[in-house]
Design a protein around this ligand. Sequence first.
Ligand SMILES: O=C(O)COP(=O)(O)O
Ligand SMILES: [Mg+2]
Length: 217
Amino acid sequence: MRSAIFDLDGTLADTSADLIAAANAGLGAELLHPARDQALAFRGGRAMLREGLARAGSHASDTEVERRLPAFLAHYEANIDRHTRLYPGVEGALDSLASAGWVLGVCTNKPAALAETLLGRLGLRDRFAALLGGDSLPVRKPDPRHLTDTIAALGGNPARAVLVGDSDTDRNAAKAAGVACVLVTFGPEGAAVEALGPEALLPDYALLPDLLDRLIR
Ligand SMILES: O=C(O)COP(=O)(O)O
Ligand SMILES: [Mg+2]
């Protein structure tokens, strides 16, 4: 059995606009910009709050970030799919992979409940046999256990698995787990993710089924 594990933010869906709106709500000012801060958005809530506080000239201590987090999360939960869109071709690629016998999972650093809600709203939740969020285990990506536990939850094997992601966090988790990694190039960093040394680059979901078939025979 072959398993394909997907990251969520920046990989399956462009969640950046809703994440940034929620971070600005948590910060109480429009400190982050929906177009310019896309890459930052995909690094998650704490990273956005820390950068916003720094831009405002405030002391971006961990305590201050944690203090802002509930307002960020509340705004995000209430507006989670306002602007969020699947990347083109995601559904077709998942259909083709499932038909070819791949078992599919999600390994995201988003809190599991939010990831469940979002994938449900996007009509994608039932495609995945397992979903592990950033709070599902005591560790999360780049810790390899987050990924290996997702693969185990599918009944899969790291040697016959691949992680599709968008960031160094994904690349590092996959490398430490001994799992092949594909990085998407349609995100804000474009083809620069090649420098992270993934096994393959993905410019378009239409290419994914053939690419994964070549990667894991
Ligand atoms: O929320 C985050 O920190 C990033 O989420 P991701 O792992 O789905 O990219
Ligand atoms: Mg991501």
